[in-house]
Design a protein around this ligand. Sequence first.
Ligand SMILES: Nc1ncnc2c1ncn2[C@@H]1O[C@H](COP(=O)(O)OP(=O)(O)OP(=O)(O)O)[C@@H](O)[C@H]1O
Length: 269
Amino acid sequence: MLVIEELTRRYPGCVAVDRVSLRIVSGSFVGVIGRSGAGKSTLLRMLNRLVEPSAGRVFWRGQEVTALRGAALRAWRSRCAMVFQQFNLSGRLDVLTNVLVGRLNHVPAYRSLLRLWPEEDRAIALAALEQFDMGGLAAQRAERLSGGQQQRVAICRALVQEPELILADEPVASLDPRNARLVMEALADINRRFGITVLCNLHSLELARGYCDRLIGLAAGRLVFDGTPEMLTEEVARDLYGLEEAAATPGRAPPPRPALTPALTAQYA
Ligand SMILES: Nc1ncnc2c1ncn2[C@@H]1O[C@H](COP(=O)(O)OP(=O)(O)OP(=O)(O)O)[C@@H](O)[C@H]1O
């Protein structure tokens, strides 16, 4: 279980994430939706402590993540893999080496520096690539791959980390619709097959509805929707995005609450 308690991040002049509380069951595939600037990236990055919370706490399987320091924090980051919009591969390195980077926490530093990856790790990395039909690309330079292939390589890198949680920050935002679906399928496959909890920021409501089993909506840093994909009707989605617009317009009140189901607006106060 991932427990988020009153998580908050303030910046000068704005509250990016405002007292968000959530309980997420292990093995879920959760989509985080909301307009640009709603706080989705900040929320995800606080979970692996790339961004430090201003207030609030995070627990994973009973351990307080927000209290971790030094080696314990590094260990948490290896249990909790990130997938970024821009893939973050080393373009000049081959695909297999890029995936092996995910094994860094399992291999002594000198071996990785000298690229003396143990055979077992090479086999794990290759198996991950083969799982997504990319074994044949192992020797290619990463920069020669399409965006969709690069993102799936980044997902393989996350997978070989053997994480308990994957945080995907708009993983399909720079991909065409076909590649976006392939990447979402790769994440869904990992989630189903290995029971890895996935939290995924998404702009596309269609993908969010199609792949996630729970959706969380943010508007101006606040949790304004928490429900199943079926609950996110067109009308509710319009209201969710309308809340953001209202919050961003000084002097303009949010739309009337009855437009949303009561549970959805409970925290928009
Ligand atoms: N380092 C920072 N310094 C100041 N303000 C920031 C910083 N990072 C984020 N913000 C602000 O916090 C708010 C939330 O940003 P965040 O990137 O989390 O939103 P988002 O929903 O992920 O947006 P997008 O979909 O465009 O990535 C925005 O108003 C943003 O300008």
